[in-house]
Ligand binder design. Structure first.
Ligand code: FEO
Length: 171
């Protein structure tokens, strides 16, 4: 099976978007380490691993359908943040952008009657529902915590337990 040039370009853009997300989340992990919030840092390292895993799925699919990865620019990661809440608000914005991009790609696959790519993208649509929901929850929790350092350190401890686990049909 061979994908169209248009779909190949869009899949490449998505691959680079996932790689950029990984780098962005590593920059966030680094910020948290400077704030002595190692649990938050752990959360973002695990999140970055998820993003590289998403990129890997695109890489493999592109090659399965006779396409090729083309070198594109990786977005410059942001390194300065105002607070833990600010980091999670930005993350939620990024995730919403990723969701929109996946939806645009899915729509194009439909228009081109590329059912293989359309099927491949269903996993990502489900994944984005989970990602947006996770970051929304974190934003809400941090708003509740406000400036309470004890609650923040409790949350830090909780986040230290997060581990990257491959999910879905890729095992
Ligand atoms: Fe791979 Fe968080 O989107």
């Amino acid at each position: 099976m061979k994908i169209s040039k248009n779909i190949e370009t869009l899949l490449n853009e998505q691959y680079h978007m996932e790689m950029s997300s990984g780098l962005q989340y590593m920059a966030m992990a680094s910020y948290f380490l400077t704030q002595e919030l190692n649990g938050f840092a752990n959360f973002f390292v695990a999140q970055a691993q998820e993003e590289y895993f998403h990129a890997q799925k695109h890489f493999e699919y592109i090659h399965t359908v006779d396409g090729r990865i083309s070198p594109l620019a990786i977005n410059q990661a942001r390194a300065e943040f105002e607070s833990p809440l600010h980091v999670f608000e930005l993350s939620l914005e990024y995730e919403c952008e990723v969701s929109k991009s996946i939806c645009r790609l899915t729509q194009t696959a439909m228009q081109e009657q590329d059912y293989a790519t359309h099927t491949f993208l269903q996993w990502f649509i489900k994944e984005q529902i989970e990602e947006e929901s996770l970051f929304q929850l974190m934003v809400r929790k941090l708003k509740l915590i406000g400036k309470d350092p004890a609650a923040l350190f409790f949350m830090d401890d909780e986040l230290s337990k997060r581990k990257f686990v491959k999910s879905g049909d890729e095992a």
